[in-house]
Ligand binder design. Structure first.
Ligand code: GRG
Length: 279
């Protein structure tokens, strides 16, 4: 399998779908629709949306049923990045190698663009909630993004403030909420939409847990490598657990995710995707 080619095609298909969906906001006749497109279609791995559609298809569901929900998750992810970059949060000028939304359009539009993206995610889910499984998937996605999920993770992160080192429990909780919740909901939404049985759902849910943790540890290592330093300013797996334990944890969680996935992944795409993420 030419993984890179297939992966790029999947990204392209998702981007076309998102681009088409966001067209309707052009009728706003302000620059909000431009800011929305700018913030979503500016690159990114499309990890969450690909997980949602591919898990659904892998478990016997239809791509067409999953893609609106995959789009919603990608819109929520983009909103979180736009707001995370704001001066009151991470104050970042660059996102995905380009000016962050508020740097390009101003801070007020940055706030409003995040709001609009989040609402557009709910719009597309409502428009497509044509079965009880899809309603359940939408509910899990909303829960993962909200005050018991990603938003709370961000609050914990803000409360940690400038402390470089925090205890292991806090790091795990932070990651479970800030990073893993949305990734997990992408996977579980895909599984719910496929209408798989409960045993398969439970197993796929465990896969998502291991994947979410592994993904954040990998991101922490990447941050350190990019900054060309041995230590990051913010608390992460490496300064909480030490390099060696963090490496072991990365191996353990990525292997655990793989071992579950391989039982279901008949066409091999998602296993290759994991290899690509954790190579
Ligand atoms: C503002 C409510 C709110 C939440 C912000 C997503 C987030 C929470 C903060 C961004 C900072 C960060 C490092 C979060 C951890 C999750 C993570 C690794 C995000 C980046 O996800 P990727 O690598 O990004 O999938 P791309 O650009 O590939 O889509």
């Amino acid at each position: 399998m030419d993984f890179k080619k297939i992966y790029n095609e999947k990204i392209k298909n998702i981007d076309i779908y998102i681009d088409d969906y966001l067209e309707k906001y052009k009728t706003a006749e302000t620059n909000i629709s431009e800011a929305m497109k700018y913030s979503v279609l500016n690159g990114g791995k499309r990890l969450r949306s690909i997980l949602c559609t591919e898990v659904c298809v892998m478990l016997g569901g239809k791509y067409e049923d999953a893609i609106p929900f995959a789009t919603a998750i990608e819109l929520i992810h983009a909103y979180s990045l736009v707001h995370d970059d704001l001066p009151s949060m991470d104050n970042s000028d660059i996102r995905r190698g380009q000016l962050s939304c508020h740097k390009k359009y101003g801070e007020a539009i940055g706030v409003l663009c995040g709001d609009a993206l989040l609402n557009s995610a709910y719009e597309i889910m409502f428009e497509n909630c044509s079965s009880s499984c899809k309603i359940k998937a939408a509910s899990q996605i909303a829960n993962a993004a909200g005050a018991l999920g990603m938003v709370n993770g961000q609050v914990i992160d803000l409360n940690i403030g400038s402390q470089k080192i925090v205890d292991e429990q806090t790091i795990i909780k932070l990651v479970e909420l800030k990073t893993m919740a949305l990734i997990r909901s992408a996977v579980t939404a895909g599984a719910l939409i496929s209408e798989c049985n409960e045993d398969v759902f439970d197993s796929i849910n465990k896969f998502a847990y291991h994947l979410g943790i592994a993904f954040q540890i990998r991101d922490d290592f990447e941050d350190i490598e990019q900054d060309d330093t041995t230590e990051s300013d913010s608390p992460n797996f490496i300064n909480a657990f030490g390099r060696e334990r963090a490496t072991d944890m990365l191996k353990y969680h990525s292997k655990s995710a793989y071992d579950i996935l391989i039982q279901y992944d008949t066409n091999g795409f998602l296993c290759s995707f994991l290899n690509f993420l954790f190579a």
